[in-house]
Design a protein around this ligand. Structure first.
Ligand code: PXG
Length: 464
């Protein structure tokens, strides 16, 4: 292992980090005691820490580095664009070649009726755009009362006050006065955790019909849109039963409600197609995009808008936009990323090659004594940890205790995977080789074995 020494020693970096850097979603006081893990470089599917340890990144950063780390082409695209035109805005009747080229390319790649892009700097910003867009759409159509947006418990749509209100994360709502008015939440299609004795198909229908009931409760004239991730990512890779999305689609159409598919995680190959909406046969009016759009190399997000919605919105001045909407350097990098995804046939590779290879190995984890379910679509998957496989039982310890233990074992075994409660989730770079998939599974199995041994020795292998 090569030691990287173009930076301060780890302890000094950790001390400065603890003194001055406030981390997202972190108890910073606690982190200051233990010191942050410092990542100094990355290549392919691996990141390297400040001690020179190479770690397999089975989360692709935060679900975003779809083409893997270290692609010089993206650095070159950024460099060339910075020299030519580092910044210009797209307000006040101006435009520039990178934003024009990226908009046109996205229109080619997206489902046929989605030909219009409103750019943002992130997924959160794009979902804030969507809130204003759908409400303004109905106002322009003479129905200003159609304002409420229906989302789902345990959804994740971002961390700004609008997008976190759309999200269904209780811990987020508890801080800062959310949700904002006119956003409601229905139950999620999480069969393993909430399906009880129902078959997945029955349960999928039941959870979809909760949308119809919610529209009835609110009154159709008060509802603007439904928003959902094709597969809930941060919620623990919740893959809905097959019956779910067709029923949601039917209800939105019949009840005159716009459908927003949040593709921030599912987009750009993650589920084995360009968009999760293709995998699940959804026809959204708006898609939120970010993350894999630039493989995370630069921040960029956006809303892909149907021709119908764009035509209505285009009839008025939409008083909305961000300084970095359509940032030229981010657009140039995103374009280069899309070129690589396309020319290197990375989506095909996920659908036909490494995807099925990973899926078979991931599903075989269900044979492990600690695993109650192993689910996966494309290259996003979860395993549910349980003390009692047959009963899909939860642990008697507070939710997340076992998941955290398992994550610690994974980190110790040099594989980054996340826990959500007591589920373990993966979302690796799409360019993983078969050998890297083998390594991932080997390290996860070792971590599961060690977690099981720890649970036994600490008397924690007990059902609630
Ligand atoms: N929608 C979805 C579906 C997301 O997953 C966002 C919107 C917001 O995007 P920005 O770019 O504003 O972060 C996301 C982001 C996690 C985790 O720990 C997930 C996200 C972000 C940070 C952490 O799973 N998803």
């Amino acid at each position: 292992m090569k030691r990287i020494d173009n930076h301060l020693p780890t302890e000094e970096l950790q001390a400065l980090d603890a003194a001055h850097h406030m981390h997202p979603f972190t108890a910073n006081g606690e982190l200051a005691q233990q010191g942050a893990r410092i990542i100094t470089q990355a290549n392919g599917a691996f990141i390297t820490d400040s001690e020179g340890v190479e770690i397999l990144d089975a989360m692709a950063g935060l679900w975003c580095v779809n083409i893997g780390y270290g692609r010089k082409e993206l650095a070159d695209a950024a460099s060339a664009q910075m020299l030519q035109l580092p910044y210009y805005n797209t307000f006040f009747q101006t435009s520039h070649p990178p934003v024009i080229a990226l908009s046109a390319r996205l229109a080619e790649l997206a489902p046929a009726h989605l030909n219009n892009v409103f750019f943002a700097g992130s997924g959160s910003e794009a979902n804030d755009t969507n809130i204003r867009l759908v409400r303004h759409y109905w106002a322009l159509k003479g129905k200003p009362s159609k304002k409420t947006i229906i989302s789902r418990h345990n959804a994740y749509h971002g961390s700004s006050i609008g997008s976190a209100s759309l999200g269904g994360m209780q811990a987020m709502h508890a801080q800062g006065g959310m949700p904002i008015p006119d956003i409601t939440h229905i139950d999620q299609p999480y069969w393993y955790g909430e399906g009880g004795d129902m078959s997945p198909a029955e349960f999928g229908l039941q959870r979809a019909r909760a949308l119809e009931a919610e529209i009835d409760r609110l009154g159709e004239d008060n509802v603007a849109a439904f928003i959902g991730e094709p597969v809930q990512g941060a919620g623990a890779v919740i893959i809905p039963p097959e019956t779910y999305w067709p029923e949601i689609q039917r209800i939105c159409k019949e009840r005159n409600i716009l459908l927003i598919a949040d593709e921030v995680i599912c987009g750009f190959g993650r589920t084995g197609n360009w968009f999760g909406s293709e995998t699940f046969d959804i026809k959204p009016d708006i898609m939120t995009i970010a993350k894999g759009l630039s493989s995370g190399y630069l921040p960029i997000g956006g809303s892909m808008v149907s021709d119908d919605v764009a035509a209505v919105i285009g009839g008025d001045e939409f008083n909305h936009g961000y300084t970095y909407s359509g940032h030229p350097v981010a657009c140039a990098v995103a374009l280069e990323n899309l070129r690589i995804l396309d020319e290197e046939k990375i989506i095909d590779y996920v659908r036909d090659d490494v995807g099925p290879y990973l899926q078979a190995k991931w599903r075989s984890l269900a044979d492990h004594p600690l695993v109650g379910e192993a689910r996966i679509v494309g290259m996003m998957g979860a395993i549910e940890l349980t003390p009692d496989k047959a009963g899909r039982a939860a642990f008697s310890s507070p939710k997340g205790t076992v998941g955290l233990m398992c994550r610690e074992r994974c980190f110790a075994n040099n594989v980054i995977i996340r826990h959500v409660g007591d589920a373990m989730i993966i979302s690796p770079p799409l360019i993983m080789t078969h050998a890297e998939v083998d390594l991932l599974i080997e390290r996860v199995v070792k971590s599961l074995d060690e977690t099981l041994a720890l649970l036994k020795s600490e008397g924690l292998l007990k059902a609630a």
